[in-house]
Design a protein around this ligand. Structure first.
Ligand code: LLP
Length: 441
């Protein structure tokens, strides 16, 4: 069965009676008028459809824990939706822990990842009641044990490992290959286990964690990931008589940015994992463990679009047409960071058949600030509302105030209603943290 991550557009997208693009029952040009641009728009129905697909797909594996990888898009409203859908949260910084807590999220359904968690962050995680911490390295093992001891607590931990699986994704978003900054190399695992057994009495070692990369389209790498981890479970059981009951397989399922992308469905993803879990549990004679998955991009990516207003344009003599918009690399860093490609339409004239080649440029003082290069669109004009699809993941979460540009607002749309979930930053807020020291007066 097809799932929403296999479509480019949110599930409610249509062209309405005014000939404009509508999402969640809201005309994008109306949203532009009401809230201004650039604007992130999130379709609640698509987020919930993805949540439902994940739950359906794993219903035959009751020992599943789905943890939304908050790094993809973290706000208080999203925390609320994830909680309603029965998802936990994979958190990766003090700020994400704070946001979850501040949103009233059930912290007993959270875990904490990261390759350089600070003393303050680990301390805060324990105080805030984060359930499990995925320990990344030797330094953190010692640090966390000390902190746990000072709280007189046993802290549940997983050990993050690099399973040595290469997947075909952008180098910057690969994480599971051997030369990676994340996790213990498999050859270091025994040393870590022995330290836990002999010295770190405040750590309750319950399982292993791996994350092999992001925007993954292949099934085989997931199958193999389970194999590598289960082999370690078996080895640890035989060598140390420790039965690990939890395995965190990370996130990574891809979404469709352009027609050339062919992500697998959530059902195929789940089927692959479950088949591999069953096969390897039998092979290694271990009880099927509790499984965690941490989908980020696939949960929210397709639900989000960004709209911009077209401003100046430039036709280079015998060269390109550049159409500038009122946002750019500050609200979507992905094109300049990863050469990421998007599907683009003009919300106020999606049906015009005659197309021309155009490059959509951001407004930042930087030549590399190009949002989409050489794409085919109806002739762009000043005032057009330009819609970029599938910006829901790693768009807002990687946004900045570069050039002191204000971070855009975000709205959640559903059944013709739109609600602000993030206010547009204001000029006052922009200067709020700035201080002129007395000696400069
Ligand atoms: N778990 C861990 C430990 C992770 O490091 C990540 C993502 C996830 C889960 C969620 O992966 P997802 O399901 O979203 O693929 N900024 C990049 C993506 C970086 C992903 C980092 N880790 C981008 O915009 O493509």
């Amino acid at each position: 069965m097809k799932t929403a991550n296999q479509d480019i557009k949110p599930v409610t997208t249509k062209i309405n009676e005014n000939g404009n693009i509508e999402i969640g029952g809201c005309d994008l040009t109306d949203l532009a008028n009401k809230y201004g641009t650039p604007l992130y728009i999130f379709d609640e129905a698509t987020i919930r459809a993805m949540a439902k697909s994940y739950k359906d797909a794993f219903k035959d594996y009751p020992k599943i824990n789905m943890m939304f990888a908050a790094k993809a898009f973290m706000t208080k409203a999203i925390c609320r939706i994830m909680q309603q859908e029965g998802f936990g949260l994979d958190l990766c910084s003090g700020g994400e822990i704070y946001t979850a807590k501040n949103a009233g999220f059930d912290m007993s359904n959270t875990l904490f990842n990261g390759n350089n968690k600070s003393f303050d962050e680990l301390n805060f995680a324990i105080e805030a009641g984060v359930k499990t911490i995925s320990v990344d390295n030797f330094f953190e093992l010692a640090l966390l044990n000390d902190i746990a001891k000072s709280h007189n607590k046993q802290v549940k931990i997983l050990l993050r490992i690099t399973p040595g699986i290469e997947c075909h994704t952008h180098e910057y978003i690969q994480t599971g290959h051997l030369d990676s900054k994340f996790g213990f190399d498999l050859t270091q695992l025994d040393e870590a286990v022995e330290l836990i057994i002999d010295e770190y009495k405040n750590l309750d070692f319950t399982g292993l964690h791996a994350h092999i990369g992001s925007q993954i389209f292949e099934k085989q790498v997931y199958y193999d990931e389970v194999g590598v981890i289960f082999k370690e479970l078996k080895r640890i059981k035989d060598k140390y008589s420790i039965t690990l009951t939890q395995v965190n397989l990370g996130g990574g399922l891809g979404i469709k940015y352009t027609k050339d992308d062919e992500p697998i469905s959530v059902y195929d993803f789940a089927k692959t994992l479950i088949e591999s879990i069953e096969k390897h549990s039998k092979e290694y004679e271990i009880e099927e463990p509790e499984i965690f998955i941490e989908p980020g991009r696939s949960m929210v990516g397709t639900s989000g679009v960004t709209i911009y207003t077209a401003g100046s344009s430039k036709k280079v003599p015998k060269g390109r047409k550049y159409q500038a918009v009122d946002g750019g690399m500050s609200d979507n860093a992905r094109p300049s960071l990863y050469q990421a490609k998007y599907t683009v339409e003009i919300a106020n004239k999606p049906e015009v058949k005659e197309l021309a080649k155009v490059t959509i440029a951001g407004k930042h003082c930087e030549s590399g600030d190009i949002l989409a290069k050489d794409i085919m669109l109806p002739e762009t004009e000043e005032g057009d509302i330009i819609c970029f699809y599938s910006t829901g993941a790693y768009g807002y979460s990687m946004s900045s105030n570069y050039n002191r540009v204000l971070k855009p607002a975000a709205v959640l749309v559903n059944n013709g209603k739109s609600d602000i979930i993030i206010n547009r930053l204001t000029y006052e807020q922009l200067c709020e943290s700035d201080i002129i020291p007395d000696r400069l007066n």
